[in-house]
Design a protein around this ligand. Sequence first.
Ligand code: GLA
Length: 409
Amino acid sequence: MIEQGSSPEPTEAAVALYRATWGDEPLALASAPGRVNLIGEHTDYNDGFVLPMAIDRRTAVALGPSGGRSPHDGPGLGLVSAGHVGIVHIDGPPWTPRGDGSWANYPAGVIAGVERIRKDAGGDRIPPLRIAVASNVPIGAGLSSSAALEAATATGVLGLVGMDLPRKDVALVCQRAEHEFAGVHCGIMDQMASVMGDIILLDCRSLDVRNVALPDGVSVVILDSGIPRGLTSSAYNERRAQCERGVELIRAHGTDAHAHEVRALRDVTPDMLAGAAACLPETIYRRCRHVVTEDARVIEAADALARRDLGTVGMLLGESHASMRDDYEISLPEIDFLVACAAATPGCYGARLTGAGFGGAVIALVDADQAAVIASDVINRYCARTSRPGSALLVAADEGARVHPIAGG
Ligand code: GLA
């Protein structure tokens, strides 16, 4: 199956859901995109570099105060989603996560974060709210549907209460919601990608961004393996812990003169890593090698895109995938097959696993004229070989989180 474009329009769907649920008009409307990562995997929580692209699949949030005017208003937050049945209530303020792992924890965590900043500045609590959500970001495919929900909620709440925050701070509020309300210790890539939009070369230490564009005639195809990935799974946190252990060992035993100054794998050069190899357990060494080499590939890929050197970009995508497969061990045989199939198809410059891994999607950089043909050819071969429900998505870069006027309000 190949999907293209972004209908139905989530902003209209969110407003319609709000009206249908509470019989009233929302006072604010915002949306934010999902993202795909072109290159730079598991580098963000190592203070490194990433190259994500916000995609034309968005989550929209319609909001208004919950004044007890409707029989459906509870004492705290009332949340509905086009993707879930029923209203979810979260008591407060103060806002705390529900213990059932509900999707509503993401927006609630964002509201708690905005409220914290508002109170620190001497402002009031965020009043109880109604929130209606609609989205066309595929869930569970590694396209950051949760970051899109967080960024849309943050943008909508800030609009509703008339607060202005720098975009980086909005992304940090969203990341903290993910840590504290969803229990996922993610890096900052997804939230920055969704808030900023377009394609960015992001320095995950300073949060400085540089805009990057795809050369004309080149587009991105997302090849979903149909294997859902669980970010909360222990494997993600285990990789993080292995990187931190690597940093400790390099600081303590590295032979390089600057080894004791290392704060994160971002500070480790290939030479420094080679000098510390003897004091690192083999698995930790390979995890570190992935991150150190991946950081270098991100910078090289951004430069190669700028000079339209697609041969080099394609080669770097292939190297990135091999490094994730062999050193970071986050791929699966089905994903390796999908990557190999795509990379061997005429008109494809390169392909790699994208996102946290252990399932999810592959991105392929392709000749735009042939994108649909390449996508269906690769997915047909993948489905025939694996019997998995693979699918493809043709995507374009899109703008970051924003507020919208409410039509017909
Ligand atoms: C997930 C996390 C990100 C990042 C990627 C891997 O998407 O949310 O912070 O670590 O995995 O690159």
